[in-house]
Write a protein that binds this ligand. Structure first.
Ligand code: TYD
Length: 139
């Protein structure tokens, strides 16, 4: 069973250069899974939140490619908030955690890598269902 202690910041390579900096990410190297999916969130209106749900299987890495936002993770017992505001930090989130993304700054851009292809069945949308599955050790 995963807990918020399993959520980790991954520091990505950085090539600092007077012409502009460069970072990169490789699956099975910087990320602890094979990338099956990449998606991004952008044009978030002020005050909106994204991603109030948990995944049964999908693991993720979230990067603030631009701007800043908070990723709040919750294992049913404890919550932790990570402020992402640098494009060379990835936040690894294992499966089985409730997570929301909040406090998007203007023009922020969230890039997300996932370990499974999109499947509506992988989502838990109800917080009480999440708590029950967690309590029963099913996720
Ligand atoms: P959702 O995961 O609910 O967004 P968030 O967690 O950020 O609030 O996805 C929103 C919509 O986008 C939903 O209708 C399904 C669709 N979607 C895909 O088709 N493929 C994907 O990989 C993702 C992440 C979402």
């Amino acid at each position: 069973m995963t807990t918020v202690e399993d959520v980790k910041i991954i520091e990505l390579p950085r090539f600092l250069d007077a012409r502009g900096n460069l970072s990169f990410v490789e699956q099975n190297n910087h990320l602890p899974f094979e990338i099956k999916r990449t998606y991004w969130i952008y044009d978030v209106p002020g005050g909106e939140n994204r991603g109030g749900h948990a995944f049964k299987e999908n693991q993720e890495v979230v990067i603030a490619l631009s701007g800043a936002f908070d990723v709040v993770v919750d294992d049913g017992k404890k919550k932790k908030s990570f402020c992402l505001n640098r494009s060379y930090y990835g936040l690894y989130i294992p499966s089985g955690l409730w997570r929301t993304i909040e406090n998007f700054s203007t023009n922020s851009f969230a890039l997300e890598f996932g370990s499974v292809s999109y499947s509506p069945n992988d989502y838990i949308h109800e917080y009480n269902e999440f708590l029950n599955l967690k309590k029963d050790g099913k996720i």
